[in-house]
Design a protein around this ligand. Sequence first.
Ligand code: PXP
Length: 245
Amino acid sequence: MTHLLINIDHVATLRNARKEKFPDPVMAARECLAGGSKGIVFHLREDRRHINDQDVMRLRSELDTKLDFELSTVEEIVAICCKIRPELATLVPERREEVTTEGGLDVLRAKKRLTNVIPRLFDAGIKDVALFVDPNLDHIDEAARLGANAIELHTGDFANASSTAAKLEVLSKLKLAAIRAHQNGLQVHAGHGLDYLNYSLFGKSMPHLAEVSIGFSVIAQSIFSGLKDAVEKMNHLVSGSTYEG
Ligand code: PXP
C-alpha cells in the first residue's frame, strides 16, 4: 500500500509571512500524524524562506516519526542533513527565483556533485536517499548507477495538464519511469501538485508506488476543515487508490 507523507513547509510560510512564532510547524506535524500521515516532509532551503534550522532540529527531537528531508546539494545544507540523520533524504534542484521546485534534477548534469553527496548521506547513517526526477529513463538509470536507493517522480506536469487526455499522456511516461526504477531496484516515491481532485487517477495508474509526498493541497484544505481532517481525507484517497494495471 502507498504511504502518505505530508509536507509542512507551508505552515512555516504562513508563520514567516507575519514574522510570528505561530502557526508552529511541529504542532502541525503532530496533527498530520494524528490524521494518519506516515511521516513528515520538509525542505530546508538555502534562503530559509519557510522551514528554518530550529524547526528541523525540533522536528527531529520532538517527534518520533519518519522524516523526509528535502535538500539541494549545497554544502551547508548537506552538512545539516548529515547531522539530523532523517530516515529519508530527497535531493532536489533548487533555484532562488523559483516559487516552488520546478522540475526534477538533471541527474546527468549534476552527476559530479551527486557522486560526492549521495555516499556522504548514506555514510552519515541515513537509510534511504532519493533523487527527485522527471520521468526520464536515462536519469533513472543514472540515479541507480550513482547509488541512490529511491527516486521521487516529479508529478507537476501531470497535475498541471489541463485535460484528461493530456494527464493520461504524462501518466504513461510516469508509469514507464516507475517500472524502470523498480527494475533498477529503486523505491518509487512521487510528489508535486497532487490534490483531492487528481489523486485517484494518479494512484490507480501508478505501479510500485511506495510513498507520496503532498503539501500544498492538504495545508490549503486545512483552512476549511482543520489539518487532521484534511490529512484523513487525503489518506483515504491514497489508501483507496490502488494500481489497476
Ligand atoms: N516533493 C517535492 C520534491 C517537492 O519539492 C514538493 C514541493 O515542496 C512536494 C513534493 C510537494 O508538492 P505540493 O506542495 O505541491 O504537494
